[in-house]
Design a protein. Structure first.
Length: 177
């Protein structure tokens, strides 16, 4: 199939050849469709979420129920976008409910009963796609509308490579929160 050179070419945002399902941490930015301020407003240097913003926050917080290897870290819902740190279990990341304390034999206390590897492998794109779909449906439902986009296509991601990088991003999110 030939591509039409008169159409705008989309920039490829993902790192070629990188496995976005592997254990690791990511920083994502997801913008509303048309960058409209639908999720809240800024008042007194803080964000007051709209009902849509509250739904978006609740859907984001529910993602680990659908993706057991997913670990949510700091995030903030802004009027027209979401900043979030997230990762997949492994490479030093553990689900928040797992206690990292060890018993006398150096075995983890409260370790998960089922091995994490038994869970279906999914990618960052799967998680972001599910989030966008579920939040769009839940925001549109009370407004009695169907097919109205909430999010712009794609998203920005940054692969967090080391602890210092993670700390800086967490501090950035915390400052604007």
């Amino acid at each position: 199939m030939d591509s039409d050179s008169s159409l705008p070419q989309r920039k490829i945002l993902r790192f070629r050849g990188y496995d976005y399902s592997q254990a690791g941490a990511y920083f994502v930015t997801i913008c509303t469709h048309g960058k409209r301020c639908l999720l809240g407003s800024v008042a007194s240097k803080s964000v007051e979420l709209s009902p849509a913003g509250g739904i978006v926050r609740a859907v984001w917080n529910s993602l680990p129920e659908k993706f057991p290897k997913l670990v949510l870290d700091k995030f903030v819902v802004m009027p027209n976008h979401l900043y979030a740190m997230l990762g997949f279990v492994g490479a030093g990341l553990a689900p928040p409910a797992v206690n990292s304390a060890k018993d006398a034999t150096n075995k983890p206390i409260n370790a998960p009963t089922a091995p994490v590897a038994a869970v279906r492998n999914y990618s960052l794109a799967d998680v972001v796609g599910a989030f966008k779909s579920i939040s769009t449906i839940q925001v549109n439902r009370p407004l009695q509308r169907k097919g109205v986009p909430l999010w712009q296509r794609s998203y920005y991601e940054h692969i967090v490579c080391k602890g210092e990088d993670l700390r800086k991003i967490q501090q950035y999110i915390w400052r604007i929160h």
